[in-house]
Design a protein around this ligand. Structure first.
Ligand code: GDP
Length: 331
């Protein structure tokens, strides 16, 4: 089967596989578009493609990067990324941003936000799929990881914003998680939820330059001593708190060294294999849950009964759990 994607000639499965394995940028981009697609015929071909690519995947260091808008994620990824490609690495940058609209606002993984990497032959940048629901964006990004790994990228960054549920989703698809923070007087946590701190394997206070250097160092120290009180993670790792300046390219390789140290620690104690196995199994069940619910909701008989029950809820003549039981009772 072939899939026509826009004006380009359609590609068959072998052409997709060969193109990805050769790291042909155009085919790589189209392969990711294919796995992002929710169309049934695309999904069929995407499934076949992923099955062929999986044996070539799994060899990259997968790193999640989060931080509030303005923390300096794209500046840091651009600067650190070019340091890494200069050292012989091949870097793919993916993004998870369920709120992203292709119009207005900054889009994570936007090439214009990473002007050096955008023209770097050893880097591949892919903006977040704009498919509204987090589950859909997450699925697409997990599968894009398989594609870029099969294409030989040995480092994959998955960028997300430090708000909402997307960090947890990203933490569940990467080996190491880097949290970029900003020092703000009197509030070293600046709205980052405690849950996000707990996901972090390495924490970096960015913009440690000029007048802000002192504040960044102070905030890092403060957070380091606060974290000291917390028990190390199950992986036997305590998140180091660093400072850096993405704009002046200072401290970035030190931050990266900690990210690598985290992965080395995981690898040496068997934690990496266990973590990836756990992530895959969790993901399988999450996919099952999503699909079961979607199929159930789409059934005409369920929709008809749901309409009646929703009206009863509006009128206050039943409760949500009674309505749910009534809806499920008709399965
Ligand atoms: P993002 O929204 O997290 O991706 O943040 P950006 O990378 O777009 O950066 C937001 C703003 O902070 C931009 O104006 C950057 O130039 C600036 N910025 C980023 N990193 C640094 C840094 O290390 N020091 C200073 N002083 N400014 C920075």
């Amino acid at each position: 089967m072939t899939v026509p994607t826009g004006p380009q000639p359609a590609l068959d499965l072998d052409q997709f596989v060969d193109g990805v394995l050769r790291s042909d940028r155009a085919i790589l981009g189209r392969a990711i578009t294919l796995v992002e697609s929710t169309r049934a015929d695309h999904q069929q071909l995407a499934g076949e493609l992923l099955t062929r690519l999986v044996p070539y995947s799994g060899r990259a260091h997968r790193v999640g990067i989060t931080g509030v808008p303005g923390a300096g994620k794209s500046t840091l990824i651009d600067a650190l990324g070019t340091e890494l490609t200069a050292r012989g690495h091949r870097l793919a940058v993916l993004a998870v941003d369920p709120s992203s609209k292709r119009t207005g606002g900054s889009i994570l993984g936007d090439k214009t936000r990473m002007s050096n990497l955008a023209v770097d032959d050893d880097a591949f940048i892919r903006p977040s799929p704009s498919a509204g629901v987090l589950g859909g964006v997450t699925r697409a990004t997990r599968e894009a990881i398989v594609v870029v790994e099969a294409a030989g990228f040995d480092i994959v960054f998955v960028e997300t914003v430090g708000v909402g549920q997307s960090e947890t989703a990203v933490a569940n698809m990467v080996d190491s998680f880097l949290l970029i923070m900003l020092a703000r007087a009197g509030d070293s946590l600046q709205g980052i939820k405690k849950g996000v701190l707990e996901l972090a394997d390495v924490i970096a206070f960015n913009k440690a330059d000029g007048k802000q250097e002192h504040d960044a160092k102070g905030a890092a120290q403060e957070l380091a001593s606060a974290l000291h009180m917390m028990a190390p993670s199950a992986e036997g790792w305590s998140a180091p708190v660093m400072t850096c300046s993405a704009i002046e390219r200072r401290g970035l390789l030190e931050v990266w060294a900690q990210v690598v140290a985290h992965r080395d620690r995981l690898e040496s104690n068997g934690g990496l294999v266990a973590k990836r196995q756990r992530q895959s199994i969790d993901w399988m069940w999450e996919s099952v849950e999503n699909q079961v619910v979607t199929r159930f909701r789409n059934r005409p008989d369920v929709q008809a009964r749901a309409e009646v029950l929703e009206q009863a809820l509006r009128e206050g003549t039943t409760t949500a759990s009674l309505a749910a039981a009534a809806l499920l009772g008709g399965v």
